[in-house]
Design a protein around this ligand. Structure first.
Ligand SMILES: Cc1cc2nc3c(=O)[nH]c(=O)nc-3n(C[C@H](O)[C@H](O)[C@H](O)COP(=O)(O)O)c2cc1C
Length: 173
């Protein structure tokens, strides 16, 4: 199998991370992969913000937990978080960001870094407490967040379970 296919098929969502930071060089490559995703009419109305500061991550996930009334919410102890945001008026912002998310996941996988989609900001990026944190991170007020990518090194055994695929594949000739 060619290495790109191998990378696509072997990527798994990782939900238990080691306390090990993601190297800056790897994070740079992952962010570059995000930037090179396709976007509708090549508008590129997005921004990619990475956060690695443990204290800031903790404040962020604790605020999300509070706003959503969730217990035990901690970004799975991820060492880094990539927050793709997009202009709220952008016609295909959500699709563009989803393409960037998959680039992030595949780039991370190719570098030995685990990842998972975090969906919790979809409805709450304009909540006052959440917006204050996004502003502190330099995310424009005009931007909303759809999915975020948690990144880190997988804990032993994590990602070995393979969720079966059930979509229908057809080729019409
Ligand atoms: C739109 C979307 C939202 C998701 N939200 C979450 C989430 O909030 N938390 C999480 O742990 N996984 C989330 N996932 C990951 C899926 O659960 C995961 O991709 C799926 O179970 C298949 O497993 P795999 O990624 O290991 O192949 C999300 C994936 C997508 C595409």
């Amino acid at each position: 199998m060619n290495p790109v296919m191998e990378n696509i098929l072997s990527r798994r969502s990782i939900r238990r991370f080691l306390d090990k930071p993601v190297e800056k060089e790897k994070l740079d490559e992952i962010l570059t992969a995000a930037l090179w995703a396709p976007s509708g009419m090549n508008r590129q109305t997005w921004q990619f913000t990475a956060v690695t500061n443990r204290g800031k991550l903790k404040t962020f996930y604790e605020t999300i937990a509070k706003v959503l009334g969730r217990e035990n919410y901690d970004f799975y102890n991820a060492a880094a978080l990539v927050i793709p945001s997009n202009d709220r008026e952008s016609r295909w912002g959500k699709e563009d960001n989803a393409c960037a998310m998959e680039n992030i996941f595949l780039a991370a996988r190719s570098l030995g870094v685990g990842s998972v989609w975090l969906n919790q900001l979809q409805e709450i990026s304009d909540n006052g407490e959440i917006r204050a944190i996004l502003t502190e991170f330099g995310i424009p007020a005009q931007h909303v967040v759809y999915g975020m990518a948690a990144l880190g090194y997988a804990a032993p055994g994590e990602g070995e379970k393979i969720p079966p695929r059930k979509g229908i594949l057809k080729i019409v000739e």
